[in-house]
Ligand binder design. Structure first.
Ligand SMILES: *[C@@H]1O[C@H](CO)[C@@H](O)[C@H](O)[C@H]1NC(C)=O
Ligand SMILES: *[C@@H]1O[C@H](CO)[C@@H](O)[C@H](O)[C@H]1NC(C)=O
Ligand SMILES: *[C@@H]1O[C@H](CO)[C@@H](O)[C@H](O)[C@H]1NC(C)=O
Length: 316
């Protein structure tokens, strides 16, 4: 990974929450974003999470860990497989203030609404545990019913392994031919070494809404120590989770959107009501447009193209 390709510097962010009765620092080390592969749209945000956030999430997740499954392409359920040997668990969306703040940060970074994301999944990889290379994108209908197909993934490291455990992208060669001090599994492909607090963003769909083959990725076996990671899978549109607050928000958004499309206008307040319902939509509301269909923000040229490719229409 070439640290020279730095995109920009994000300033130390300050804040604090009190979660479960305990004062809680979200102050992060100076963070910066690195473009790992601009064309495949793979980025690393160094120090995305504070050490406190990592430790807090890990402790909270530990009691709920179970052997990880892989998604069953027949019925959308989970099944145990040798290709994935970690232990894991899921949080509810906005399960507590810390999780909610992280989800908001993820939403801002990826320009996708919180409600397009699944609940955060935490994984623990012990020695020799791994996840063979795969796509997060689905090739079957059953799994893309809820929220459409997966659009992007953010993979966060809560704890680095002492050795091994790299995230590897086997469809992309190592930038300089070889990653000298990486484990064998990660030597010849684009790979990221786990570092506590760092996050990788990659896209399962390319800018025209088709499978981005280079998003194929795997978790190399941990050789020493323990690796903890956390994943946010983001779909193309609203991902329903049993009626949580984001589901209700989306319901209200859809209702207002229908009012709006049926002839509502800015003057009678429909427009601002829509903007208020969607907390992530400030940029969109400033630009004076509302999306129907999937509701991704339209700040970047590429998400604009994804929307066009997915036959999403802009109204207003
Ligand atoms: C900043 O990084 C140092 C060294 O890695 C670490 O000890 C410290 O806990 C970090 N601080 C925060 C707020 O994450
Ligand atoms: C997306 O992927 C498809 C299939 O590989 C390809 O035909 C298309 O050109 C790609 N779009 C972009 C913008 O790279
Ligand atoms: C706005 O106006 C439209 C059309 O006149 C109406 O159907 C809708 O109910 C109004 N919306 C609100 C929020 O008052």
């Amino acid at each position: 990974m070439d640290i020279g390709k730095t995109l920009g510097i994000l300033i130390l962010s300050l804040g604090c929450f009190s979660a479960v009765g305990q004062k809680y620092e979200t102050t992060r080390n100076t963070s910066f974003m690195e473009t790992v592969d601009a064309d495949a749209r793979i980025f690393v945000w160094h120090h995305f999470l504070s050490d406190d956030e990592c430790d807090y999430i890990r402790q909270k997740a530990e009691k709920r860990l179970e052997r990880s499954g892989v998604v069953d392409t027949g019925n959308g359920g989970s099944q145990i497989s040798d290709i994935r040997t970690s232990d894991g668990m899921f949080f509810a969306r906005a399960e507590d203030e810390v999780i909610e703040a992280i989800e908001k940060r993820l939403s801002d970074w990826t320009l996708t609404p919180v409600h397009a994301g699944e609940g955060l999944q935490v994984l623990r990889y012990r020695k020799d545990q791994k996840y063979d290379a795969h796509w997060d994108y689905f090739f079957d209908k059953v799994n893309s019913v809820n929220g459409g197909n997966r659009y992007a993934t953010v993979l966060m490291y809560l704890a680095a392994a002492d050795d091994g455990g790299e995230t590897v992208f086997p469809k992309v060669p190592a930038p300089n031919g070889i990653n000298a001090d990486f484990s064998d599994c990660a030597k010849y492909s684009l790979a990221v070494k786990p570092k506590k607090g760092d996050a990788i963003l990659f896209h399962s769909m390319n800018a025209t809404g088709e499978l981005e083959e280079r998003s194929m990725h795997g978790a190399c076996p941990v050789l020493k120590g323990e690796k903890w990671s956390m994943t946010k899978w983001i779909h193309g549109s609203h991902y329903y989770m049993g009626g949580d607050k984001y589901d209700l928000q989306n319901q209200e958004y859809t209702r207002l959107l229908n009012v709006f499309k049926a002839g509502g206008n800015h003057a009678n307040g429909t427009f601002s009501a829509l903007c208020n319902v969607q907390s992530y939509s400030s940029r969109k509301c400033r630009s004076g447009r509302i999306l129907s269909g999937t509701q991704h923000d339209v700040d970047s040229e590429s998400s604009e193209r994804v929307l066009q490719a997915s036959k999403i229409t802009l109204v207003a």
